[in-house]
Design a protein around this ligand. Structure first.
Ligand code: GLU
Length: 597
């Protein structure tokens, strides 16, 4: 099986022949120009966007732009922006359609982080709509009677992993703060598509095919994705009247229709009556809150790299990687330099060591956020990089903080699904939002037309190591540590790049690499997203298979890295702001586009 990926490039690392890869990571082998045929009713702008993407060019615009993972969702957002809506309005429309056409990645049953730049005030706001652990959860949620961690899939599938969803409240909160359009109308496109049906995309069909056994574990889920026992196929027309009804209720009554009443009751029953029941209760749903948190910003050359702080590790870890690289001339080395990749790989390992030790929900554990990004601390850690070879061992550092407490290293496991939305509106607002139900198809539990998340498996299954507590262990009401890194890069206080990606904990590497490619290596937005990935988190250097990045493996091996060729299935969506206007891109590894005007 081959993957559809951008063809024409200039430099070594930008040449990308398609390669073999996992079923779960693949998109059908059509060339980008043929992909639009898989979708029905695309606008001329969407068709044109696919052509631009297949040429590895960025979409250009002057007033507004939206980039996301599915053309039907992007079209819905573009319509809202074209009608004078704000980026927050457009996001609601995009998310409502994504929950239908890309249900495996995000939706009403999940959570998200949103970074907002306000065009009028110049202020940055971040909203945390992460799923929370039910009040009935304990640190031993994912342990057996003997205190041993459960097997990953035993924890994922069923009710145990379901956290209180945050996405419906986030839609409402973003609209309340920054919306201009009528709330009800933002759901029309999704409701119509759900009622009349949409064409199953190649990626959705592929993922259903590869997950049949787990999808069969819950009757409602099996009935939707495998009607009559057969998996849905690409091009099938799929209707979801239950989802339409849920959206109608939220459109009419607001998120209260989700967090209380019949929908809430059905969510709780589904979780509690699952083969592996969970703890979620009506009280958890009623108590759910979106939390505004301070943005985390790191200096990088002439830029401020701003993103989501705890409970996400995204902003701090992307910021640390770039902060550690600040003193090195990556621009001079260029993207073909093995030494540049040595530095990026080891900077990432150092940042991930701190992530594993210190980062978790800061409402429950003191996270030394300032200390982790302090220039002195980063300079002392960056001194470790001044050698010609890979670091043999990487240990967490000792950042300065007020409430010193020693934690054990985290052991949570993450598998990729998730989706990223980037939007800039005509009023100068910018929105970067990464949205998820965690694993592909989440907990596999479906209720009223949407899937419930398995976000709680982002907690550490182990609560202690050698008697020392782990910062990211489960606790009632706590939010699991995330890697999602919705980012807005500022220059002189104004947005310069809006970016983010899915990809589990590799999100951090994808986002950091694309920022370096765009800012240091001066690649256009689309080529920066399309270039082959090299990601190092815990020592193994993952190199995107089937790409010319494979050519770096020998040199990295000689430097002392352990390299591994594999699919690296990012889903980067980004918009750059230039003096000449907006330039947007969509990851060639997924089905999305950017549309602008
Ligand atoms: N649940 C993951 C997180 O919050 C994201 C999963 C993914 O990107 O696939 O970090």
């Amino acid at each position: 099986m081959t993957r559809w990926i951008a063809p024409a490039f200039l430099c070594l690392l930008c040449a990308v022949p398609a390669g073999a890869q996992d079923a779960a990571d693949s998109v059908a082998p059509e060339a980008a120009t043929r992909l639009p045929a898989a979708f029905e009713g695309l606008s001329p702008e969407a068709e044109a966007a696919f052509r631009v993407k297949s040429d590895n060019k960025s979409v250009k615009a002057e007033e507004w732009m939206v980039a996301a993972a599915n053309p039907l969702a992007v079209q819905a957002g573009a319509k809202v922006l074209g009608d004078g809506g704000s980026a927050a309005d457009a996001m609601v429309a995009v998310q409502a359609v994504l929950g239908l056409v890309e249900p495996q990645s995000s939706g009403l049953g999940g959570g998200a982080f949103l970074v907002w730049y306000d065009g009028e005030t110049g202020e940055l706001t971040t909203l945390d709509a992460r799923e929370t652990a039910p009040l009935g959860a304990t640190p031993r949620l994912f342990q057996d009677a003997g205190g041993e961690p459960l097997k990953f899939w035993d924890a994922v599938v069923g009710g145990l992993s379901v956290g209180t969803p945050g996405t419906p409240k986030l839609l409402e909160e973003a609209h309340r703060r920054w919306g201009r359009a009528n709330w009800t109308g933002l759901f029309s496109e999704a409701i119509e598509l759900a009622e009349t049906g949409f064409r199953v995309s190649p990626r959705l069909a592929e993922l259903v095919d590869g997950d049949q056994e787990r999808l069969q574990s819950a009757p409602a889920t099996a009935a939707y994705f495998m009607p009559g026992g057969q998996p849905i196929r690409a091009g099938d027309r799929l209707r979801n009247p239950d989802y339409a009804a849920t959206l109608r209720a939220i459109a009419a009554e607001g998120s209260g229709a989700f967090y209380a009443g019949e929908i809430a009751r059905d969510i709780v029953t589904t979780v509690r009556e699952a083969a592996t029941p969970g703890e979620l209760s009506a009280v958890d749903l009623a108590l759910y809150k979106v939390i505004e948190r301070p943005a985390v910003c790191a200096d990088y050359r002439d830029f401020d790299i701003c993103g989501m702080g705890p409970p996400s590790s995204g902003g701090l870890t992307v910021g640390q990687i770039l902060g550690l690289l600040e003193g090195f001339d990556l621009a001079g080395m260029g993207p073909d330099s093995p030494n540049a990749w040595r530095l990026i790989g080891d900077a990432s390992r150092l940042a991930f060591a701190d992530r594993g030790r210190y980062m978790a929900d800061s409402d429950f554990v003191p996270v030394p956020a300032e200390g982790l990004l302090a220039p002195d601390y980063l300079a002392s850690r960056a001194a470790l990089l001044k050698r010609g070879k890979a670091l043999p061992e990487v240990e967490p550092g000792a950042p300065e903080w007020d409430h010193a407490q020693l934690w054990a290293d985290d052991e949570s496991i993450e598998f990729p699904s998730t989706s990223h939305i980037s939007i800039i509106d005509a009023y100068g607002n910018a929105l970067s939002m990464t949205t998820t139900i965690e694993n592909g198809f989440g907990s596999r539990l479906m209720v009223r037309g949407f899937l419930l998340n398995n976000e709680l498996t982002d907690f550490s299954f182990k609560s202690h190591a050698d008697g020392v507590p782990i910062a990211n262990r489960v606790a009632p009401g706590k939010r699991p540590r995330s890697s999602m890194a919705p980012t807005i890069v500022l220059r002189d206080g104004r947005p310069r790049l809006v970016i983010g990606s899915p990809g589990g904990s590799r999100i951090i590497g994808y986002v950091a690499q694309a920022i370096i490619a765009h800012l240091d290596w001066k690649m256009g937005v689309q080529p920066a997203l399309a270039m082959p990935h090299l990601v190092n988190r815990f020592g193994t250097y993952d190199i995107e298979e089937g790409t010319e990045a494979e050519g770096l493996a020998t040199r990295l091996d000689e430097m002392g890295f352990k390299t591994n060729l594999r699919a690296l299935n990012s889903g980067l969506h980004a918009i750059a702001v230039r003096p000449t206007g907006l330039a947007g891109g969509a990851d060639p590894r997924r089905e999305g586009i950017a549309i602008g005007k």
